[in-house]
Write a protein that binds this ligand. Structure first.
Ligand code: ADP
Length: 610
C-alpha cells in the first residue's frame, strides 16, 4: 500500500492554471476603475505614514494672508499692495518672482493702481504671471497685455480636478493653446534654461528629466516637503527672498478660492501647492510611478511564492509561511514610496491574497482526492488479496492432498508418477497465478513497461480458447471460432492473452448452459476488431456504463452464482488502452453481449525487397 504524494502532469497543469488566473485577475483588477479610487486612498495613507520631510527650499512664499489684507485695505487694494510688495522684494534681488494672482483685466488705462503695478512689474526680471482656464469657456484667461508684456513667462495655475492635490499637470492645452505650469516656468527661469525640452517620458530644462509622461497630460506627483518659508506681504523684511524663487499669492481664508486638500490631510492654498510643485522639480526628488513591468514582476513573484509554499508544504507550516507573501505585498508599496516610487497597492495585495487562497484550496482538494483514492486503493487491494488467496486454495489443496497420499501410502510407480505430475502442474499453475497477479498490480500502478513484440491475433485467440474450453464444456457451451482475418498486432502478448481469456471466461460465466460463445477477428482500416459474442444474461445501458469500473458487478451477475471480483474488465480496459486501442460493448438484457477490442494493427513490415 503506497501513499505517495503524487502531483502528476494534469494536476500540476491545473495548479499552474489556477495560479496564472490569480495573477491575471490581480493585474486586471489593479487597473480597473474601482482600483483607481482605492489607489488614491492608499497613496494618501502612505503620505500620512511617511509625513513630508524637512527640505532645504529654494523658494519663499510671500503671502497675502488675513493680516496683510486687514492692514492694506483688503482685496480692493490688492494691486496697490502688490506693487508695493514687488518694489520691496526687488531690492532683495530674488532669482524669480511668480505671481499667483489673477491680473487679467485692466479696464482703465489711466488707473493709477494699474500704472503703479505695471511699473513694478516692468522692473522685475524673471517674472512669471498666472494664466487660468476661464470657467465655462474653452479658452485661457491671460494677464492683461500691459502686464503680460513685462513677464518672462506666463504659467498656468489651473489645479487638477482631483479633490486631493496629489499631482499637478505640468502642461495644459486649451484649444490649440498650451501653457506650462507656473511652477515649471519658475523653475526654468531659476535654472536659466531657455526652453523646456519634451520627450514622451518627461520634460527637461537641461538637466535631469522630470517624470511627467505625455500620455498622462504631464501630471507630476507633488513630493511635499516641510519648510518653505512664508513671509506675510505686509512685512517690511524681505531679506529671505534673496536669490530665491518667490511665489506671491493669496492665503487668507476669506479670499483664497483655490484651497485644496493635500494627501496628508491638511488644506493648502494654490500658491503653496505651486511652491511645493516647484520644489519637487527643483530638488529633483520625484515620486515616479512604477513601471507596468515592475508591477507585473512583483505580482508574479508573489504568486509563484504562494504557489511554491503550498506545493511543497501542507497544513499549518504552509499557512504560516503564506503570511510572508501577504505581508510582502502590503509592505512593497510602502518601501517603494520611501524610495520615491509609487507602487500600486491593489495589484500585489490581490495577487498575494488570491494566490494564497487558491493555492490553499487547491491543495486541500488534492489532499482530499488523494485520500479518497488511497481509501479505494486499499479496498481494492484487500479484495484482490481475498480473491487471490481464495483462488490459490484449489491448487494448494491438490498439492497438499497428493503429497500427503504419496507420503502415507505405498503407491505403485504409475500412481506416484501421476501424483508427481499433478503436483508439478498445480505448482506451475500457482506460480503463473502469482505472476499474473503481480503483473496486474504493477500495470494498475502504471509501473510496468509493456513489452513490444509483433504477433498474430490468431496466435493469441487459439491458446485462450484452449484454456477456456474445460470451463465451457462443463456448461455444454460451444466455443465457436468464426472468421479470423490475418492481422498483426504489436504489444505485450501475455497481457493480450490475459484480456482475451478474460472476455471468454466472462462470456462463459454469464451465459446459460447449451449456448454458443463465438470469437471473431476483422480488419477495419488500420485497426483490428476482436469480438467475443455470447447469448448470455446481457446488460442494460446503465449497467454497460459501469462495467469497466473496478469492483462493479451487475445484480444479475451476482445472482448468477458465478464467482467474480469485478476487476477483470477494468484490467482488460487498461490493457487495451495501453495498447492504443479501445473497448466497444453492445448488449441486450437476456439476449447476450458482444465485447469488442478495437486495436491498432502493427504497421506493415518495413522490409523492402529489391
Ligand atoms: P467479474 O466477472 O469478476 O465479476 P469483470 O470485471 O470481468 O468481473 O466483469 C464485471 C461485471 O460485468 C460482471 O460482474 C458482470 O456483471 C458484467 N459482465 C462482464 N461480462 C459479461 C457478459 N459477457 N455478460 C453479461 N455481463 C457481463
Amino acid at each position: 500500500m503506497k501513499s505517495r504524494r503524487q502531483w502528476p502532469g494534469r494536476v500540476t497543469v491545473g495548479y499552474i492554471a489556477v495560479l496564472s488566473a490569480a495573477f491575471l485577475v490581480a493585474m486586471i483588477a489593479g487597473w480597473s476603475s474601482l482600483a483607481e479610487g482605492m489607489e488614491g486612498s492608499a497613496y494618501d495613507w502612505m503620505f500620512r505614514v511617511n509625513p513630508p520631510p524637512k527640505i532645504e527650499p529654494s523658494s519663499v512664499i510671500v503671502a497675502f494672508d488675513e493680516r496683510t489684507l486687514n492692514r492694506t485695505g483688503g482685496m480692493r487694494n490688492l494691486r496697490r499692495t502688490l506693487a508695493d510688495v514687488l518694489t520691496r522684494i526687488r531690492q532683495e534681488r530674488p532669482a524669480v518672482v511668480a505671481i499667483d494672482v489673477g491680473l487679467y483685466d485692466s479696464a482703465n488705462p489711466s488707473d493709477p493702481e494699474d500704472a503703479a503695478l505695471e511699473k513694478a512689474l516692468a522692473e522685475m526680471p524673471n517674472l512669471v504671471l498666472a494664466s487660468d482656464i476661464l470657467p465655462g469657456e474653452n479658452r485661457w484667461e491671460d494677464p492683461a497685455p500691459r502686464f503680460r508684456k513685462h513677464a518672462s513667462a506666463v504659467g498656468h495655475v489651473h489645479a487638477a480636478p482631483d479633490p486631493v492635490s496629489r499631482k499637478l499637470p505640468l502642461e495644459l492645452v486649451v484649444g490649440r493653446d498650451r501653457r506650462w505650469a507656473m511652477a515649471l516656468e519658475a523653475h526654468r527661469l531659476y535654472v536659466g534654461a531657455r526652453a523646456i525640452e519634451e520627450s514622451p517620458e518627461g520634460l527637461s530644462t537641461g538637466k535631469a528629466v522630470i517624470p511627467a509622461r505625455r500620455e498622462s497630460s504631464r501630471a507630476l506627483y507633488i513630493r511635499y516637503g516641510e519648510g518653505i518659508p512664508v513671509v506675510p506681504a505686509f512685512s517690511t523684511q524681505f531679506s529671505e527672498v534673496a536669490g530665491k524663487t518667490v511665489f506671491i499669492g493669496i492665503t487668507a481664508q476669506s479670499a483664497a478660492r483655490d484651497r485644496l486638500m493635500t494627501p496628508f490631510g491638511t488644506m493648502m492654498t494654490g500658491v503653496e501647492i505651486h511652491a511645493q510643485t516647484y520644489e519637487t522639480i527643483t530638488r529633483g526628488k520625484f515620486l515616479t510611478p512604477a513601471s507596468l513591468t515592475a508591477v507585473a514582476l512583483v505580482c508574479l513573484f508573489l504568486t509563484i511564492a504562494a504557489g511554491a509554499i503550498f506545493a511543497t508544504l501542507s497544513g499549518w507550516p504552509a499557512y504560516g509561511l503564506a503570511a510572508i507573501p501577504i505581508v510582502a505585498a502590503h509592505l512593497t508599496p510602502h518601501l517603494a514610496f520611501a524610495n520615491g516610487i509609487i507602487f500600486p497597492y491593489l495589484a500585489p495585495v490581490f495577487a498575494a491574497w488570491l494566490s494564497v487562497f487558491l493555492a490553499a484550496s487547491w491543495q486541500y482538494f488534492i489532499v482530499r482526492r488523494q485520500l479518497r483514492k488511497s481509501e479505494s486503493d486499499r479496498a481494492r487491494y484487500q479484495q484482490a488479496i481475498h480473491f487471490v488467496t481464495h483462488e490459490m486454495r484449489s491448487p494448494l489443496t491438490a498439492i497438499q492432498g497428493s503429497s500427503e497420499l504419496m507420503g502415507r501410502y505405498n503407491l505403485n510407480d504409475a500412481k506416484r508418477k501421476q501424483m508427481a505430475e499433478m503436483i508439478n502442474a498445480e505448482s506451475k499453475r500457482l506460480a503463473r497465478m502469482i505472476q499474473t497477479f503481480l503483473d496486474i498490480e504493477r500495470l494498475t500502478d502504471g509501473q510496468m513497461e509493456i513489452r513490444s513484440e509483433m504477433f498474430e491475433a490468431s496466435d493469441v485467440i487459439g491458446p485462450c480458447l484452449d484454456r477456456a474450453r474445460p470451463l465451457a464444456d462443463r456448461k455444454q457451451i460451444e466455443l465457436r471460432l468464426e472468421e479470423i482475418e490475418q492481422s498483426t498486432l504489436r504489444g505485450d502478448r501475455e497481457l493480450m492473452e490475459y484480456a482475451v481469456y478474460n472476455l471468454l471466461t466472462n462470456a462463459v460465466k454469464y451465459s446459460p448452459a447449451e449456448t454458443i460463445v463465438s470469437v471473431s477477428a476483422h480488419r477495419d482500416n488500420s485497426s483490428i476488431r476482436l469480438s467475443v459474442r455470447d447469448q448470455g444474461i446481457g446488460m442494460d445501458d446503465k449497467e454497460l456504463r459501469s462495467i469497466f469500473q473496478k469492483f462493479y458487478r451487475t445484480k444479475k451477475a451476482e445472482a448468477s452464482g458465478e464467482v467474480g471480483t469485478g476487476i477483470g474488465l477494468s484490467i482488460v480496459d487498461q490493457i487495451v488502452t495501453h495498447h492504443g486501442g479501445r473497448m466497444e460493448v453492445t448488449s441486450t438484457p437476456g439476449k447476450g453481449s458482444c465485447f469488442t477490442m478495437v486495436l491498432p494493427t502493427a504497421p506493415a513490415s518495413k522490409l523492402v525487397s529489391y
